[in-house]
Design a protein around this ligand. Structure first.
Ligand code: NAD
Ligand code: 13P
Length: 562
């Protein structure tokens, strides 16, 4: 409108605090005195793209890609602010700005002349920005609100209760000393904010088959460089060091990108770094993924006490539990207890080699802390690996733990040469006992968790394709052939260093059942345990009701009747 200088003087007075905002707005409108056509002409002549400070669009895009909500709160006018919001991808319901009042032509029904502005908008007054933020907070449960702005009215956002939590002053367009003095952080280039946005570093603790399949997916996700890039590309993987064909396993992994001992068919990705020292592996990690066989987890956690980065979050992929004199402890509970950090779990029908082959698989993340679960979902989710969130972490972990006992029973059925009907009977009874036992120990466990991929899904996959099934099947065949072999022996021969979880878990669970006098209520668990410990022959796998009632003689004890 040719009045830029006069308007600028008024704007500056309002922004450095020497003139009230209401007065500045009023005087500016009088000077501008525009029509709706003037506004249209202005927007056409000066489209938003031509008026953006460098880096602001990228900053907003990357914040939104990280799930942050962006609002535009302006003491300017809606008519001029909305096109800017549209260009920046900010939804119009997230825009707070002043409204112009128009004189309307009764004949045409069209606005003709500016007659003032709507005083009812919070942004029409000083203290309007904290008020707008208070409204936003009423409608949304945000933990933290950050205000970025360059004027005194922006700074007010943090000077009033209920407003923003932090103020970042901007000197990108104009530096106002009164604002710069008070800002929590002051920047002259939005790219500085973009550069310093946190990127999470991920560490994997474990390097067996599942740990390798999981780290391969994580590395595929952290490698992506887009606006949402929230993760450091390199993923450090702690490897329990051992020799492989005369070389250190970590060296082989770091030169070939393959773990030839535990996951030989698959390239883990160039950004997976094998680290032999566990403390070095996790020292800088914000997100720690635990995936070691459960019998090693207590020792692993003990080595990490006091060595974790403050604020780090964890997830456990380990299936198993620990039994102490005071009672059972799930692995996620152990991590939480020993390391003092939040720990979600990821459980599902996840046979490692099938995931390496990128065959469709499902998992749930059981969580207490939704923010952590959503972050972990981003590092695991792949087109072939569907991850959903489940607010029952204990139920999910109990499923992953207990299905390994049922898989031993299923393996025995296969070893006995029986068909699908018998195996289905074992799987069905197994699911019933998994649910009953989980709920008896932890009453908050939800029924529907057992219908998820971590429940029935994992149970079916493991009973058909898992290692527990395989070893139990061969163990049963050896028994029937009159050439009995031990589980340890078969584990070493068939799994070549990979570990069975079912035998240990069966003994751990049985200890709880005995302590609580529950053996009779869990006939399949009890019978499987008696078979693997040599008290009953394998044929009882399909006669588990009798197996659990049978008189057994434990060495060095009186006959015991259940
Ligand atoms: P794995 O059984 O393939 O390998 C055993 C791992 O234990 C190796 O990395 C080995 O280096 C390590 N190890 C050996 N001795 C050790 C010690 N003293 N201390 C620490 N580590 C030692 O491992 P995995 O398949 O990654 O299994 C980890 C967990 O994931 C288990 O609880 C398992 O039930 C679960 N899981 C496995 C699969 C699968 O398909 N393999 C799928 C889902 C869940
Ligand atoms: P196994 O350890 O029996 O192979 O089970 C793997 C598994 O947990 C699949 O989800």
């Amino acid at each position: 409108m040719g009045v830029k200088e006069q308007v600028e003087i008024l704007t500056n007075k309002a922004m450095d605090g020497s003139l009230s905002l209401e007065q500045a707005l009023d005087e500016r409108l009088n000077i501008i005195n525009c029509s709706p056509d003037d506004i249209k002409r202005f927007i056409k002549a000066h489209p938003p793209a031509s008026r953006m400070a460098p880096g602001i669009k990228d900053l907003i895009t990357s914040l939104q890609a990280r799930g942050k909500a962006i609002y535009l709160i302006s003491g300017g006018f809606r008519e001029l602010t909305l096109p800017i919001a549209a260009y920046l991808g900010i939804p119009k319901e997230n825009v707070f700005a002043n409204r112009m009042n128009w004189q309307w032509d009764d004949e045409t029904g069209m606005p003709t002349r500016l007659v003032g502005f709507d005083m009812s908008e919070p942004t029409a007054h000083n203290q309007g920005k904290p008020q707008a933020i208070a409204r936003i907070r009423q409608r949304n449960p945000y933990n933290t609100v950050v205000m970025i702005g360059d004027g005194i009215t922006d700074l007010e956002a943090v000077q009033t209760t209920g407003g923003a939590d932090l103020f970042i002053g901007s000197g990108v367009v104009v530096e106002r000393p009164a604002v710069a003095r008070e800002a929590d952080w002051y920047v002259y280039d939005y790219n500085d904010l973009l550069r310093t946005m946190q990127r999470y570093s991920v560490a994997m603790v474990g390097s067996g088959a599942w740990a390798c399949a999981a780290v391969r997916m994580i590395a595929q996700n952290t490698q992506v460089d887009d606006a949402a890039d929230e993760f450091v590309d390199d993923v450090r993987m702690w490897v329990y060091e051992e020799d492989f064909e005369g070389k250190k396993l970590t060296e082989v992994i770091n030169t070939t990108h393959v773990n030839p001992k535990y996951f030989p068919e698959f390239d883990l990705g160039p950004n997976v770094v094998a680290v032999p020292n566990i403390v070095d592996a996790v020292a800088d990690a914000d997100l720690i993924v635990f995936c070691a066989p459960h019998q090693f987890m207590h020792n692993i956690c003990k080595q990490l006490v006091g060595k974790i980065k403050p604020g780090a979050m964890a997830i456990s992929l380990t299936k198993g539990m620990r039994v102490r004199p005071e009672g059972p402890q799930l692995i996620s509970q152990m991590v939480r207890r020993l390391l003092g950090i939040d720990c979600c779990v990821l459980m599902g029908a996840n046979i490692a080699t099938d995931i390496g082959r990128e065959q469709l698989s499902e998992a749930v993340i059981g969580y207490d802390n939704l923010d952590a679960a959503q972050l972990f979902q981003k590092i695991f989710q792949r087109p072939y690996f569907r991850v959903s969130l489940l607010p029952d972490p204990v139920g999910a972990e109990m499923c992953g733990t207990l299905k390994n006992i049922v898989a031993l029973g299923a393996g025995m059925v296969d070893g006995l040469g029986l068909g699908p009907n018998s195996k289905a009977a074992v799987i069905r009874q197994g699911l019933v006992e998994m649910r009953a036992f989980s709920k008896a120990l932890y009453p908050s466990v939800r029924d529907d968790t057992f219908m998820e991929c971590c429940g029935i899904g994992d149970l079916v996959a493991t009973c058909y394709g898992g290692r527990n099934r395989l070893v139990a099947c061969e163990w049963t065949k050896a028994q029937l052939a009159g050439k009995p072999r031990t589980f340890e022996d078969l584990e070493a021969e068939l799994l070549k260093g990979q570990k069975l979880q079912g035998v240990l878990t069966s003994n751990e669970v049985q200890e709880i059942l005995k302590m609580r006098g529950w053996e009779g209520q869990y006939p399949l668990f009890t019978t499987v345990n008696r078979i693997i410990n040599g008290y009953l022959p394998p044929k009882y796998a399909v006669d588990f009701v009798a197996g659990a009632k049978y008189h057994i003689r434990r060495p060095g004890t009186e006959d015991e009747e259940i």
